[in-house]
Design a protein around this ligand. Structure first.
Ligand code: ASP
Length: 478
């Protein structure tokens, strides 16, 4: 029988035809002599039926267990009216199987895949993420993530933005978090740093004359266990030349409205246009700079977007010893404030803006400094001496001496946006392969030791203490 494979979502149009379907046994139910299975493939779920008349086929069907991969041939038939299942897209049809092949068998999965896994021990789910992703909710999250990213790319593409990839092996950039480092084998004693964001590269792309940049960018932050964070996460990163705050805010507002209306038409946006609050107003009214402006804060299908602008340029760090940048040191301070309080930078406001959604900060950005003397001043206020400025930011200062367009941009925490839209309690639920709260990948078993040879090649000597902890493991040889 040479028939072409179809997927289960196509079956309602194939009534009366003989077809071939590949998939996983989702569930098996025996009704007297009839064996019913739910067959699952990327198109959904289809009921397949084995009748007792073919004894050999029936016996083989009897050996089917959950998660076996099978090929089934048979006729697509209309279900009797009383057996229609309106909950699934194939609910009006079923396959009467005439031939079955078991393609591969499966052990009993460590948790049930025909049920929601949110209540299952998360370590077990993460260790077997490839099984967790077979469940309906998780698969839907991955698919919706794809659709959101596609909408973002189309949106910027239509507005003439170009996506540029920026390096992962680079030098530190100040965004306030600890950074991951990678030993440079060819340069003993030197290290690459994984980017906390493409901030400096996107600004250098503006110096390069790209004018309109965006990127779906992976970012890395080596933070301690703190809230719902991941050591690597995804940003929608945007930068424009010859722009101003008004243009950036409208650009992002239109994107978010389009995303909500196209992909989540059932959701309601609390206020349009998005309200814009000055930082001081937000803190006075909502006691936070990430206000939740929803009318009903318990309604996950209400989307309360709110801009917060005019935040302070600097703040005293937690230890009160140092002044730090509230956003980052490339942000343009308010010109009036600089003129009015030349010696009191803590009074300066920044030309920066954040967008919050239901109490979470989802976008943040600023108009940048494009003049070397203001940049130099900001570095000085931050307490950097000339040596440090040259070592860490010499390339920026040099670039700023070759004709820099005024520019500004913004970046979004994409995982958070998806989690809110998908009504998920944390960002791990919308990442295909997330890490645990303490930064482990339980499925791959990372981080892990490396061989002595690798350590030697990368010029790394482990301290006595670490060696004792890792025990004999560190004597692994290639
Ligand atoms: N690079 C900034 C961040 O990661 C965003 C921006 O200023 O565009 O928060």
């Amino acid at each position: 029988m040479s028939v072409k494979r179809i997927i289960v979502s196509q079956t309602p149009e194939k009534i009366g035809e003989n077809v071939l379907i590949f998939g996983w046994i989702h569930k098996r139910r025996d009704h007297g002599k009839l064996i019913f299975c739910d067959l699952r493939d990327r198109g959904g779920i289809l009921q397949i039926v084995f009748e007792p008349k073919d004894a050999q086929l029936h016996e083989l069907a009897n050996s089917l267990r959950s998660e076996f991969v099978v090929a089934v041939w048979g006729e697509i038939k209309k279900r009797p009216k009383n057996l229609i299942n309106p909950k699934i897209i194939t609910g009006t049809v079923e396959m009467s199987v005439t031939r079955l092949e078991i393609v591969s068998q499966s052990k009993t999965p460590p948790f049930e895949l025909d049920k929601d896994t949110l209540g299952v021990n998360e370590e077990i789910r993460l260790r077997h993420r490839y099984l967790d992703l077979r469940t309906q909710r998780m698969k839907n999250n991955v698919v919706m993530r794809h659709k959101i990213i596609r909408l973002v790319r189309d949106y910027f593409d239509h507005l003439d933005f170009i996506e540029v990839e920026t390096p992962y092996l680079t030098k530190g950039t100040p965004e306030g978090a600890r950074e991951f480092i990678v030993p440079a084998r060819l340069w003993p004693g030197k290290f690459y740093v994984l980017p906390q964001s493409p901030q400096q590269f996107k600004q250098l792309l503006m110096v390069a004359g790209m004018e309109k940049y965006y990127q779906i960018a992976r970012c890395f932050r080596d933070e301690d266990q703190r809230g719902d964070r991941q050591p690597e996460f995804t940003q929608i990163d945007v930068e424009l030349s010859f722009t101003d705050q008004e243009e950036v805010l409208n650009l992002i507002e239109n994107l978010m409205v389009k995303m909500a209306k196209t992909l989540y038409p059932e959701k309601k946006i609390t206020r349009l246009p998005f309200p814009r609050l000055k930082y001081e107003e937000a803190v006075a009214k909502y006691k936070t700079d990430k206000p939740d402006i929803r009318k009903d804060r318990n309604n996950p299908d209400e989307l309360g977007f709110c801009w917060v602008i005019d935040m302070p340029m600097f703040k005293k760090s937690e230890t009160e010893k140092k002044i730090v940048a509230t956003h980052h040191p490339f942000t343009m301070p308010n010109a009036e404030d600089m003129a009015k309080y030349p010696d009191d930078p803590l009074k300066w406001r920044a030309n920066a803006y954040d967008l919050s959604l239901n109490g979470f900060e989802i976008w943040g950005g600023s108009i940048r400094i494009h003049l070397a003397d203001i940049q130099q001043k900001v570095f000085n206020i931050l307490g950097l001496n000339q040596n440090e400025i040259d070592r860490r930011f010499g390339h920026m200062m040099e670039a700023f001496s070759y004709g820099v367009p005024p520019h500004g941009g913004i970046a979004a925490g994409l995982d958070r946006i998806i989690a809110i839209l998908q009504r998920e309690p944390n960002i791990r639920e919308v990442m295909a392969f997330p890490k645990t709260g303490d930064n482990r990948d339980l499925m791959m078993d990372a981080p892990n030791i490396v061989s002595e040879k690798t350590l030697k090649e990368t010029h790394i000597k482990l301290s006595e203490e670490v060696n004792v902890k890792a025990g004999t493991e560190t004597s692994l040889v290639d």
